[in-house]
Design a binder for this molecule. Structure first.
Ligand code: GLN
Ligand code: ZN
Length: 753
């Protein structure tokens, strides 16, 4: 039997986010280009060495990037947006200009990589002629070969996935662009083959989505072309993030290996393999180690799984289910967590150890005993009853009684109108105010111990006070406390809920140099103590204006955390919902009767497969209703969403039954308006009247335009005036100035009604 231990992709950011720091230093001109490239090379080499030391035999090359692998591929093939075409092709300057924009030109759009939290840059196909600007894979392949004696496995985004993720073309054009791209891919492959490459991994994750027959035909054509040109080269067609729908046809493609995800496939890939078998002339790259979770594997189970696969094929590549880009680098630095818990974790390096151990046992290089020894900690962890909460489980069993609707909205609206006495077109903000350097330094000092808890608390109170006064001066109608005490809208709750843990170094790349540190759901989640009460009540005590409490909703907490491997998503969602429900109750009891429950991540959690979407949306709505449904008629529930195409989820948004929703609208250039031409939304709604992502202060005319455009499809008595999102990334000056314009605009429009 042939067995190879492999990796699909390795994290870029480094153990201590060295990569991020290098990028930011280069962008702010603190280091020269030469230093930047030299230091980046050191990191790249270190990652290769690490993987080799961990026993990876097929080490991915070219997964390392200065920003994003989709952008790398696009630039390599000359898919440069017109506005950047005058810059030197494939130069660093051009590369970062596309990624980040320049003073003159906006960056390429960024969007989520399938169902992950990683964002890629969307290639723009309008007015481009594909050309091979440089063979970056060849450069990187040679680097590994000559410096480390590693014959790596170049990794590239496949042509069909690349095009499917692009914009600026019609589906009809697809067939026209493909023939222009194929020779370029072939050239890259040929040069790699000549340099000594044995395997090339071609990523086609698009296959895990819904693909139609036409696309499958395209696959046949493209891969036949590759095979004709390169009959000797081993192409590995790699899929991930789900099962493939056209198993038979895909596994028959003329490639040397097929990579399948056996973790996030709902058992479908294995089922198809049992039914249809696997071609004997190919390698099966089996993604059995979960590349998305942070848990150790039970290698005894994995062993059985691989054994079964090996009864279908003699040629196996053992590997993670997808690139390890989506997990942190190593658990080695986690000193603040219980040892028992850390022992149950596996980040990228630990996952590669699992691949190696599994491979070695299957090849009889190590005893089976070792699997048992290794898996002991995760098996024990699963059994550990400290993670369970009998009371929560009891509530969960009866959760349906809490998932009931509130009084009909029209009735609630009447009671709320009387209680709150708000003007028409009320003005408010989304929650956060600037997280200035001062705020961050104080938090750091507190963390390090140089600022006492009391001192820190007083500092936060002073910030709140300052911004309550500012809100009075600006003349907003509904106030917020400003979220100064929060680092991040999910981590903050992760630190305070039972059943969630926060790591020191569990960072993953979100986009560019931006990393996130998702908390880990470690057991049954429950309310421990009030999380937002103190600051909100304090803020309320300073003003007679309504003070809106600010929480993160269950769906967003779940989508932005690492999940348990021994509970369903629905269970985790409902547990979160129950905990948030208690917090809402606390706030309400203490006189906070406007409460915003943010769900910015609702849309992005949509499953890739059509048939799974409805269940997800139903569960999301149920969780939101459990969280928010327990309040009095006069208590006003707000919610907020951004980063969304709302059209396909407007029914869901409506079903959340929030009294007021604020959504991002200015960046989508009014496209959202069409949604409301189609769908008769009757609850209160604020479509952001200005973009907070840009330091530019919009003028009154622009805001007025946005507002009036919205009022063409929405009623005056349902409309709220607010920015697109929270203001934490803006400076105080920008914030105050923009909000002043916003309030003035609202007043003027109000006076014309
Ligand atoms: N309340 C949060 C804030 O204002 C919402 C953030 C978000 O939508 N991502 O920052
Ligand atoms: Zn937002």
């Amino acid at each position: 039997m042939n067995i190879i231990q492999s990796n699909v992709g390795y994290p870029r950011i480094g153990k201590n986010r060295e990569w991020k720091r290098l990028l930011e230093k280069y962008w702010s001109k603190k280091i020269t280009r030469v230093t930047f490239e030299l230091e980046m090379k050191k990191l790249r080499i270190e990652y290769l060495k690490t993987q080799k030391a961990l026993g990876v035999e097929l080490i991915p090359i070219g997964d390392f990037s200065y920003y994003d692998h989709v952008l790398d591929t696009a630039v390599m093939f000359g898919l440069i947006p017109k506005r950047f075409q005058s810059m030197e092709a494939a130069s660093l300057e051009q590369y970062f200009a596309i990624a980040r924009g320049t003073d003159q030109h906006v960056a390429s759009e960024m969007t989520k990589w399938f169902n992950t939290n990683y964002h890629y840059l969307v290639p723009e196909l309008k007015e481009v002629t594909p050309t091979l600007t440089h063979n970056r894979l060849l450069t990187l392949f040679n680097e590994a070969k000559y410096e480390l004696n590693i014959v790596g496995k170049p990794v590239i985004v496949g042509p069909i996935t690349l095009l499917s993720l692009s914009k600026g073309y019609q589906t009809e054009d697809f067939k026209e662009i493909i023939p222009q791209l194929i020779p370029l891919y072939i050239k890259v492959f040929k040069e790699l083959e000549q340099a000594g490459a044995e395997w090339i991994q071609v990523d086609e994750p698009i296959l895990a989505q819904n693909v139609n027959q036409e696309m499958i035909e395209l696959f046949k054509e493209v891969y036949a072309n590759f095979n004709d040109a390169l009959p000797e080269l081993n192409l590995l067609l790699q899929t991930y993030f789900g099962s493939i729908d056209h198993y038979k046809e895909i596994t028959q493609l003329p490639v040397a290996g097929i990579g399948l995800d056996f973790v996030h496939d709902n058992g479908e890939n294995l089922k198809q393999l049992r039914t249809f078998g696997f071609p004997q002339d190919k390698f099966l790259a089996c993604g059995v180690i979960d590349g998305r979770s942070i848990w150790k594997s039970n290698l005894l189970d994995k062993y059985e799984h691989v054994k079964e696969l090996s009864s279908h094929t003699q040629n196996l590549i053992i590997q993670p289910s997808c690139s390890l880009l989506h997990v942190p680098v190593t658990t080695a630095g986690e000193k603040n967590l219980d040892q028992e818990f850390v022992d149950a974790l596996a980040f990228a390096n630990e996952k590669l150890e699992e691949v190696a151990l599994l491979g070695n046992v299957i090849r009889n290089r190590e005893k089976q005993e070792e699997l048992k020894k290794y898996s002991y900690s995760i098996i024990e962890f699963h059994k550990n009853t400290n993670r369970m909460n009998v009371e929560v489980q009891r509530q969960l069993a009866n959760v349906d009684v809490l998932a009931t609707s509130r009084t009909p909205f029209e009735e609630r609206k009447r009671s709320q109108k009387e209680k709150w006495q708000l003007p028409t077109l009320p003005t408010t903000t989304i929650g956060s105010f600037p997280q200035t350097k001062e705020v961050r330094t104080n938090r750091l000092s507190y963390k390090k111990g140089s600022l006492s808890a009391e001192e820190y608390e007083r500092f936060i109170e002073d910030e709140i006070k300052k911004w309550v006064t500012i809100q009075e001066e600006i003349g907003l109608d509904v106030f917020v406390h400003g979220e100064f005490e929060r680092t991040d809208m999910v981590e903050f709750f992760g630190q305070r809920l039972n059943g969630m843990e926060v790591t020191i170094n569990g960072w993953v790349q979100s986009y560019g140099s931006r990393c996130v540190k998702p908390p880990i759901i470690s057991g049954d989640i429950s309310f421990a103590e009030p999380m937002t009460l103190k600051e909100t009540v304090y803020a309320k005590s300073l003003t007679s204006k309504p003070m809106k409490g600010m929480l993160t909703g269950p769906v967003t907490i779940l989508n932005w955390s690492f999940e348990r491997d021994d509970a369903t998503r629905k269970e985790m969602l409902n547990q979160l919902a129950l905990a948030i429900r208690v917090e809402i109750n606390e706030l309400e009891t203490h006189g906070i009767e406007m409460i915003q429950v943010d769900e910015p991540a609702l849309r992005e959690g949509l499953p890739l497969k059509e048939k799974e979407r409805e269940a997800y949306l139903t569960d999301a709505v149920t969780a939101f209703i459990i969280a928010t449904g327990g309040v009095a008629d006069t208590t006003q529930i707000h919610t907020h969403m951004c980063y969304s195409e709302f059209d396909e989820i407007i029914e869901t948004i409506d079903a959340l039954d929030a009294d007021v929703i604020s959504i991002e609208a200015s960046r989508s250039h009014g496209e959202i308006i069409h949604t409301f031409e189609r769908f008769d939304y009757t609850k209160d709604i604020g479509l952001g009247v200005y973009d907070i992502h840009s330091p530019r202060i919009p003028n009154e005319q622009e805001m007025r335009q946005n507002l009036e455009r919205a009022l063409r499809v929405l009623k005056t008595n349902q409309f709220w005036v607010n920015p697109d999102c929270g203001l934490k990334t803006r400076s105080p000056e920008e914030t105050i100035e923009a909000l002043k314009v916003m309030v003035e605009t609202a007043k003027k429009v109000r006076s014309t009604l």
